[in-house]
Write a protein that binds this ligand. Structure first.
Ligand code: UDP
Length: 464
């Protein structure tokens, strides 16, 4: 860069754990290449985040308010919330950019994540290049992109015909149970599909639209190729490369300092423990939690189970505790939050019962841990389909007629994945293969590293 000023990138992120984590990991990589990063998200999330990263050199932060007009994120309609984010965020972003220009520290680029198309609009007002960071998998991008001209038609077909199958280039046939939940009415998050359309329109205005994707080229080659209009580049996995590394962490939930679960894991045999977690947002019914408890107990295997304090529907008075708490504590350990990548990297963990959020799915693949999937909403059913039918590193739980996954089903799937049968062996072998493939792409000078350097070169931030 010679005498030129330090390059600066502004990273704007949705205030949710599943978006904050990969964005901070991207920040870390950019800093590694000598870029100064300003990380921006909404105040509600930022105030709760563990700020281990605030002392990191090369990283500063900014927030936009999401409390205006007494807006309450917990009780209010998420559609209104997103509109509020747009209003407050656009204003704060404009002010931040103006200030940076006035102080001679203009951003070379703004990288914005999913659901924030307004960031690109504001950046363009100042002729600053804006790059879209797709924090999820390329397959999902492909689905939304291929069907973007006919969202309504897809939704209607899905409603009329329970056997409806979506066939798209570069993808396996997708039944309505495999599609992102936004296609299946009732969809309480009405803003999602129109916002995605807006994202595509913004990309269409660029000369050579490029999207940074939290995947690895080798993992989703077909899906990436099928998106012919935009160049998708894998820069993942956006997760800590070293599980013990906490220099840039952004947990919204508190991790206990003692990390007793790690000690507990140390005391268990190799690949013996079931790790259970449904991410940062999913809320399960009390009845469902009881079934999971039953299933886990019936396997007789040790388990580490994350039950967030806000993760159960009814949790007052009598309803709060689990009926078999004592047995659960004898056989396993329940924590309100943990350092997930550290847990998945532990040799004792043999299976992950997951809701299949993309971060959790990707982390599991990179750590080589087979999965039992219990998708809830959003892209989780699609991730589950990939795990079960494409990568073949896990199995999906089946619900009964009342929509409940029973304890016996949980035990069946866990035995299938962890037990001695042929299918389990195959799944475990595939999980190992996927671990190697993803590690190869993620290493220095692997495809993701090369793609990130190429992105910086295009911004004239040359990195060898
Ligand atoms: N996570 C964690 N500790 C936990 C549970 C989850 O650190 O006890 C992290 C996990 O590693 C992942 C993120 O929270 O990076 C959850 O993102 P994901 O996309 O899997 O699901 P979401 O929370 O968006 O539904």
């Amino acid at each position: 860069m010679g005498a030129m000023a330090e390059p600066k990138i502004l990273l704007v992120t949705v205030p949710a754990q599943g978006h904050i984590n990969p964005s901070l990991q991207l920040a870390k990589r950019l800093i590694h290449y000598g870029v100064h990063v300003t990380f921006m998200t909404a105040a509600s999330a930022f105030n709760r985040m563990n700020k281990t990263f605030t002392t990191t050199q090369g990283l500063s932060y900014a927030t936009f308010s999401d409390y205006d007009q007494g807006f309450n994120r917990r009780t209010a309609d998420l559609n209104l919330y997103m509109a509020e984010l747009r209003r407050c965020g656009s204003q704060a972003l404009r002010e931040l950019i103006v200030e940076s220009i006035n102080t001679g520290t203009r951003f070379n680029c703004v990288v914005y994540s999913l659901m924030l198309p307004w960031v690109a609009t504001v950046a363009r007002e100042f002729h600053i290049p804006a790059t879209f960071l797709w924090n999820q998998q390329a397959t999902l991008f492909n689905i939304y992109y291929q069907s973007s001209k006919r969202y309504e038609e897809v939704i209607e077909n899905g409603v009329k015909d329970p056997m409806f199958v979506m066939e798209l280039p570069g993808l396996p046939p997708l039944s309505r149970y495999d599609l992102p939940s936004f296609y299946i009415p009732p969809n309480p998050l009405a803003f999602v599909l129109p916002t995605l359309k807006e994202h595509f329109e913004i990309l269409d205005e660029e000369t050579n639209p490029k999207v940074l994707v939290n995947t690895i080229d080798e993992l989703e080659a077909e899906a990436m190729k099928a998106v012919d209009k935009y160049k998708l580049v894998g820069i993942g996995p956006l997760m800590p490369s070293n599980p013990n590394e906490t220099s840039i962490g952004g947990d919204i939930f508190k991790v206990s300092k003692e990390k007793k679960e790690m000690e507990w894991l140390n005391s268990k045999p190799k690949s013996s423990v079931i790790y259970v977690s449904f991410g940062s947002l999913a809320v399960l019914s009390k009845a469902q939690i009881e079934e999971i408890a039953k299933g886990l107990l019936e396997t007789g295997r040790p388990f580490l189970w994350v039950i967030r304090e806000d993760g159960t529907e009814q949790k007052t008075g009598e309803e709060k505790g689990l009926s078999c708490e004592e047995e659960l504590e004898k056989q396993g350990m329940i924590v309100p939050w943990c350092s997930q990548v550290e847990v998945l990297s532990h040799r004792s963990v043999g299976c992950f019962v997951t809701h299949c959020g993309w971060n959790s799915t990707f982390e599991s693949l990179v750590c080589g841990v087979p999965m039992v999937t219990f998708p809830q909403v959003s892209d989780q059913p699609t991730n589950s389909k990939l795990v079960e039918d494409v990568w073949k590193t896990g199995v999906r739980l089946t619900k009964n007629e009342e929509g409940l996954v029973e304890g016996c089903e949980i035990k069946r799937c866990l035995e299938l994945v962890m037990g001695g049968g042929e299918r389990g062996e195959e799944i475990r072998k595939n999980a190992k293969k996927l671990k190697e493939l993803t590690r190869e792409g993620a290493k220095e000078n692997g495809s993701s590293d090369k793609n990130l350097k190429a992105f910086l070169n295009e911004l004239s931030i040359n990195r060898q």
